[in-house]
Design a protein. Structure first.
Length: 94
């Protein structure tokens, strides 16, 4: 995935607009598709997250990239399958 280069010192509304376009659509509280049953560790997002923007929450606790999950395209793989009844949520820029 490509790194997003933003203007860190925007000088006007046009610079702010360009930054917003680069960040893409912001998605909050998406429930990734996939069965939460204690053995499934793969889940799918609706869109591909922009590099470095994906935040995952399992039962209200934020998961850490690499140590808790990896992402390839719009597929998330957790290092440990969530237990039945768990809640998985994703925030990201698409």
């Amino acid at each position: 995935m490509a790194k997003i280069e933003l203007n860190t010192q925007p000088s006007g509304s046009e610079d702010l607009r360009r930054n917003a376009q680069k960040m893409g659509q912001i998605v909050y509280d998406e429930v990734p598709t996939g069965t939460i049953n204690g053995s499934n560790d793969e889940f799918t997002l609706v869109s591909v997250p922009k590099y470095g923007t994906l935040r995952l929450w399992l039962n209200g606790l934020r998961l850490r990239p690499v140590s808790d999950f990896t992402v390839a395209g719009n597929t998330i793989t957790l290092t440990t399958a969530p237990a039945t009844g768990s809640e998985l949520l994703a925030d990201y820029h698409a």
